[in-house]
Write a protein that binds this ligand. Structure first.
Ligand SMILES: [Zn+2]
Ligand SMILES: [Zn+2]
Length: 188
């Protein structure tokens, strides 16, 4: 008989996790953020743009913010490009050269943001489908054999966006409370 014991990797991760800085146990997927100086449940990354961590309780809002900001940038790019390149007879005649230059810079900036935010949103959607966080993406063992991934992609999405699909695009409900077991005991 083999001496190797079979074990649940998620349970094993939980058993060995302890944060010496917070002096508290850590649930699986919890990481200590140096910037926030506390443990973050299901930590994805620390975002310097919003000066906060993105984790269990706000990953969904982060994706929604990203999605609506991307829509806004697409709208700006299309409208400005239309005035610059298609509708030039009506708009450009009324503008000075300087104003036309500023409008062009604005168009290029909006288009650059479309590319950046589109990449960022795609990155997060792909990782949500794979049920892997940005932190775990840098851990080769989890990346190679992710123990958290559920067989159905929709179940992986539900873990971040909540059980009700109608709220996936609306920041209206705290879906975390119904989607996850009670975890607030572990917060610092
Ligand atoms: Zn900690
Ligand atoms: Zn943080």
């Amino acid at each position: 008989m083999s001496m190797m014991m079979k074990f649940d990797i998620i349970q094993a991760l939980q058993l060995v996790s302890y944060c010496f800085k917070c002096d508290n146990i850590k649930l699986p997927r919890t990481h200590h953020c140096k910037e926030c100086n506390k443990c973050i449940l299901r930590m994805d990354h620390h975002c310097p743009w919003v000066n906060n961590c993105v984790g269990l309780k706000n990953h969904r809002y982060f994706c929604q913010f990203n999605f609506y900001a991307l829509l806004c940038m697409i709208q700006c790019t299309l409208f400005i490009s239309y005035d610059l390149f298609v509708n030039d007879k009506l708009v450009l005649q009324e503008l000075t050269k300087n104003q036309q230059f500023i409008l062009t810079i604005c168009d290029v900036t909006c288009f650059s943001l479309v590319l950046v935010m589109g990449f960022l949103l795609g990155f997060h959607i792909y990782h949500t489908a794979q049920n892997i966080t940005t932190v775990e993406y840098h851990i080769n063992e989890i990346k190679a054999n992710n123990p958290f991934r559920k067989p159905r992609i929709i179940d992986n999405f539900k873990e971040v966006f909540g059980p009700e699909i109608k709220y996936w695009f609306l920041p209206l409900r705290n879906v975390e409370k119904s989607a996850f077991p009670r975890t607030d005991l572990f917060e610092v």
